[in-house]
Design a protein around this ligand. Sequence first.
Ligand SMILES: [Zn+2]
Length: 397
Amino acid sequence: MKSCTALLCWIPFLFLAGNASSQSNPDSIYLKIRIFSEYPLHQAIVTPLSGDYDICHRTEKISSLAENTPLILLVNEKKIRIKKPAGSLGSYDTVYLRKEGAKGQFHLRAGKKERTYDGELIGFVSGQHLVLINRVSLEAYTSGVVQAEAGNGHDPEFYKIQSLISRTYALRNIRKHETEAYQLCDQVHCQLYKGRNLQQEILDAVEATRGQVILGPDTQLISAAFHSNSGGETCNSEDVWSLPSVYLKAVTDSFSLDMPGARWEKTISKNRWLHHLKERYNFPLQDSARLDSALNFRQLHRRPTYVNNIPLKELRNDFKLRSTFFDVVDQGEEILLKGKGYGHGVGLSQEGAIRMTRLGYHYEDILRFYYRQIRIDKIDTSLIPKRPLSVPPQPGH
Ligand SMILES: [Zn+2]
């Protein structure tokens, strides 16, 4: 990030000043999200879709950009050269497309990808690449994340759940990319975000839960971990991330049963399985009692470890298994892994929550079922962390 040293002073100042301006008013909270972050960009074309934008270098206006007029941003010798159809506007270290109250939409094309975004756009060069940042209101961002993370066709109550999880995650992790001159990226490292959501059911759910977040018993924003399917029982946080949490406790979850991710099976050659145990975990294959336990392993309830205290989360990673909640069945030349659930198992089970919404449960009751001792409340900006948090990792997966 050598080339943007000056930006590190400028951008955080400009935007964090807005964040701290008011308590409990989600309209006053803006986020800086790095967009198109999975692509090495050299050029992008931005086109306003709702009125004019100001084209600024930092806070100084260079020109205006009228609705439906494309502006080309092109990396040129560690600066961005900007060009309207009428001609070049010069080269700058940063370009800021500003609109009063960030109330606008723009279209962005980079390579073959096209997306639309709410809010404003900032561009600067890092190394050889163009870095694009979307300055967007918390509510518009939440709507985009729910669309990208949950997809279409869900019950309104499920979208409300995802709205609270997304909003809570964004604020709790607002300093995750602080040293990189933005707050969150648009990939699963933070939360998936592909721009503006147009799906009405999601817009309604975000509006219905406007500004609501999930707080733990200590009144701090919670780490709203979720996964695809619990397999019938969720995990304690400490069994997966070695970090206990009063609200991320194991619960019996019959709602996840009879859902698509409830069961899985995988066959592995017995030689490969045992060789791996010996090589990686120094498993005593000569000990017949332990060998028998390893080949006939059962989890009536979730366990954190396999035979010989081998962490199940490591075996899951080694063999790319859907979950740690599996039995081992000896089948002669092979072993059969009979598994339950999909994902790490901590916090909310998405498929369990979907089942609960179909049964008529209210979104707050569903959140309280999966997260213990929580409180649902409006945002208080004083709760936004003052420094980056290190654990636990991203909520999903
Ligand atoms: Zn990230």
